[in-house]
Design a binder for this molecule. Structure first.
Ligand SMILES: *Cc1c(COP(=O)(O)O)cnc(C)c1O
Length: 495
């Protein structure tokens, strides 16, 4: 199988080239030239397999230049019992007769980014070997919280790699800050930047386009790369868990063979829900893809009207990992909806860069509407959803997952659609203790790691192992810099 770019489908790339390059030269995103389809009996075969085996099967369909032995080794490392606190890896929890929660936060950092970022380092280093590339790759990340930590856990002590993470000094939750300052590993570096997430991200982007830095690093046989969700190596591992969830429902007799389900996903960069779309295209019986946003509801508007307009206020919310106005992975959906029209996609993206908005044509709008439903949740509804789930179902959910439950609720009321639905649960509630505590009615909040115990005492839910361990971890990275100093930090780190 070969890969092409969303903005130029004439050039073909191997899977290893697509993954190690990350972004195509003209700015497009890599994707398979055509999507593979699951053979007729595949879901039945997969339902009796472990999560790791399912991952080998599904990823093997896309990574044709990788051997089964290679993929088996990677899935064992990425999703083993030392990394995930449940053998199921991504378990499906039944909430009520028609609602299921796909828990994607049982990995080392307690957020769904682990599902992909535990796998990416193996895919990336293997891709470099396949390309006879013996350089050291330095992953640079600007993070608003979840990505940077998950990337460090994935890349820590992986040969031929280094990773340096910048985060906004006052822009992450208490627990997220602690997670980063105490990061372990010989090849990791962490630095907070004075300013907000945009400052950190702009700083990193500037470094990527710094020719002088590139040359200097080249002399040391090192190059910069990113771990953000535009890399195909991050989208692919996410397709697996939607297929896996469907297989679990089949295996546990919750659905009949061929029965269609809906999927509801809390969305920011459109990576997670895009993976669900690919699972559907591969042949998993999925009806509606329900896209849930917070107050930054640029995707809700786009999916409902066909106009994407980022010229709008930016809100800081209790679901910070979805505080995004440019959803990069949407470009891959546009490519599919336009019938693989790379010229059209390049045109929309140019409009977005110039004017901050574009409108897709009517045929695309129609197609999008038939596949997707969309809604959003404001801060109050999000907290109400946490409270309701806790009171009615004894189920403690995080703020991002709560956005999805609120949107699902509204969708059902509006449409009367009672199709069984899988909701993607993207983070442990303990990552966002403050907002969750408030939602369950606590007004006097403790601080730092004590928040974890407070939430556990109030609810009786145990603190996840990786977060409970934070209390005794040594702080390794206390420094912070102005954003003008970021280049010096990179040089120092790679000396
Ligand atoms: C990253 C993230 C999201 C959004 O996922 P996208 O792939 O960017 O749509 C949702 N919830 C949590 C907890 C996240 O970390």
């Amino acid at each position: 199988m070969y890969y092409v770019s969303t903005r130029n489908k004439k050039l073909e790339y191997t899977p290893a080239q697509a993954i190690s390059q990350g972004l195509s030269r003209e700015g497009g995103l890599f994707l398979p030239a055509s999507l593979p389809r699951l053979p007729g009996n595949a879901l039945n075969t997969l339902k009796d397999m472990s999560y790791q085996q399912r991952a080998v099967y599904v990823m093997g369909m896309y990574l044709t230049h990788f051997t089964t032995a290679e993929l088996t080794a990677y899935t064992a490392k990425a999703y083993g019992p030392d990394k995930f606190d449940t053998r199921a890896v991504a378990p499906v929890r039944k909430v009520d007769d028609t609602t299921y929660c796909l828990e994607l936060w049982h990995g080392p950092t307690c957020a769904f980014k682990d599902m992909a970022l535990q796998m990416l380092p193996h895919l990336l280093t293997a891709s470099m070997r396949k390309n006879y590339d013996n350089r050291t790759v330095c992953i640079l990340v600007a993070t608003s919280g979840d990505t940077g930590k998950a990337a460090m856990e994935g890349f820590r002590d992986v040969d031929q790699t280094k990773i340096l993470v910048f985060y906004p000094k006052d822009g992450v939750s208490e627990v997220q800050g602690l997670q980063m300052k105490t990061q372990e590993g010989q090849n990791v570096g962490v630095c907070s930047v004075v300013g907000n997430f945009d400052d950190a991200q702009t700083g990193v982007k500037t470094l990527f386009s710094d020719e002088q830095l590139r040359e200097e690093l080249g002399e040391k046989n090192t190059f910069l790369s990113s771990a953000n969700s535009i890399n195909w190596g991050r989208v692919l591992p996410q397709i697996v868990y939607y297929i896996s969830a469907y297989c679990d429902l089949l295996r546990d007799d919750e659905i009949k063979q061929g029965e269609a389900i809906n999927v509801c996903v809390p969305t920011g960069n459109f990576g997670n829900i895009l993976a669900a779309y690919y699972a559907k295209e591969m042949g998993v019986p999925i009806n509606k893809l329900i896209c849930a946003s917070n107050s930054n509801n640029v995707l809700t508007d786009f999916l409902q009207t066909g106009t994407y307009d980022r010229n709008r206020p930016f809100y800081t919310t209790v679901s910070p990992s979805m505080d995004i106005l440019i959803s990069s992975n949407l470009e891959r959906l546009l490519y599919a909806m336009s019938g693989n029209d790379d010229v059209k996609v390049a045109g929309y993206m140019a409009e977005l860069a110039e004017k901050g908005c574009y409108t897709v044509d009517e045929a695309m709008q129609k197609k999008i509407k038939s596949l997707f439903a969309a809604g959003f949740s404001d801060e109050e509804s999000t907290k109400a959803a946490i409270s309701r789930m806790w009171k009615e179902h004894d189920y403690l959910i995080d703020t991002h997952t709560a956005v999805a439950f609120h949107v699902l609720d509204s969708y059902r009321k509006e449409t009367g659609d009672e199709t069984k639905t899988v909701v993607a649960s993207t983070a442990s509630p303990f990552k966002f203790c403050d907002a969750v505590l408030e939602a369950v009615g606590v007004t006097e909040l403790k601080q730092g790691a004590e928040l974890l115990d407070q939430l556990s005492e109030v609810t009786g839910v145990p603190v996840p192992r990786p977060l409970a361990g934070l209390r005794d971890k040594k702080v390794r990275f206390e420094g912070w810099v102005q954003k003008e100093q970021m280049k010096a930090v990179v040089k120092g780190f790679l000396k």
